[in-house]
Structures are given as C-alpha cells and as structure tokens.
Design a protein around this ligand. Structure first.
Ligand SMILES: [Zn+2]
Length: 150
C-alpha cells in the first residue's frame, strides 16, 4: 500500500480511508482519492477527466473493489432485473439466488451479481425475461418457496 499523495492530504480523512486504490478504467493509471459529497464519502479518480469512481462506507472504507463504470452500470441493470423476482414477491430472496444458479449454470456460492462479468450481467437480465415469472420454465420450477414476508 502506498502513502497518501501530498495533493490530497490537506483535508481531514475518515478512519476507513484507503490510499493507493488503482483506478481500473481502461487506459487510466491514476489512483482513486476520497472526497466528501452531499451523500457522503466516495472515491473518485485523481485524473479529473476520468470517470473512475467507487462508493464508500460511512467511515470512508471502500465499498468493494475498484471496478469500471461500465461493469458498475451492467451490475446495476442485472440487480434491477434480478431483484424484481423476489421484491415483487414471485419467490423468496434465497430462492431467487437458487434460480440464478440454475439458469446460469453456476454453483450456488458463485451465484452473486458482484461476481458476474459484463456479459454475465446482460445474460442474467435476459434470463429474467426468458425464464422468469410468466414463462413455462418458471411455472415448472419447483424451488420457488413461499413468498418472502413483507
Ligand atoms: Zn481513472
């Protein structure tokens, strides 16, 4: 781990602040530095022309590993599609993850959106349409479980 750059050591930083996080945007070799936004701490790329960013916890610790904006937006899309299954009450949350493991040929422990590639995210969103509620696959799927309590 590298020390904080002089240019961002002027402000008080939160206890969870991590330095030396590499920006992973394509072609960027800068690091992510923490800043305070109206909604809380977050990391942005030291290169102002780069869109690299990473959300932070309330104590300033990074939320997950650095990832590109592109994969972040793909994962948000996949989450919206996937969460619809259990948030709309079609199945329980844990059943939704078992469904995901089955339709994507994953082990249950690997069935997490954070582990998906861009292609995997798009595939999951498509599968919600192709094998989700309203399809014969869903109707025949035996593992739906009871509706999650409100
Ligand atoms: Zn960057």
């Amino acid at each position: 781990m590298f020390g904080a750059d002089d240019r961002d050591s002027h402000d008080a930083t939160p206890p969870g602040y991590v330095t030396g996080l590499a920006c992973v945007e394509k072609g960027c070799r800068e690091v992510l530095v923490i800043g305070m936004a109206p909604w809380g701490w977050h990391y942005t790329c030291a290169n102002e022309r780069c869109k690299g960013s990473l959300p932070a916890m309330p104590d300033g610790a990074p939320k997950g590993k650095p990832r590109t904006q592109k994969i972040q937006s793909h994962r948000a899309l996949a989450h919206d599609a996937f969460d619809y299954l259990w948030k709309s009450g079609y199945c329980t949350r844990s059943a939704a993850y078992r469904w995901m493991a089955q339709v994507m040929d994953l082990k249950t422990k690997d069935a997490h959106i954070v582990m998906l590639t861009e292609k995997g995210c798009l595939r999951l969103a498509r599968l919600v349409t192709e094998k989700g509620p309203g399809t014969s696959f869903w109707d025949r799927w035996p593992d739906k479980g009871k509706k999650a309590p409100e």
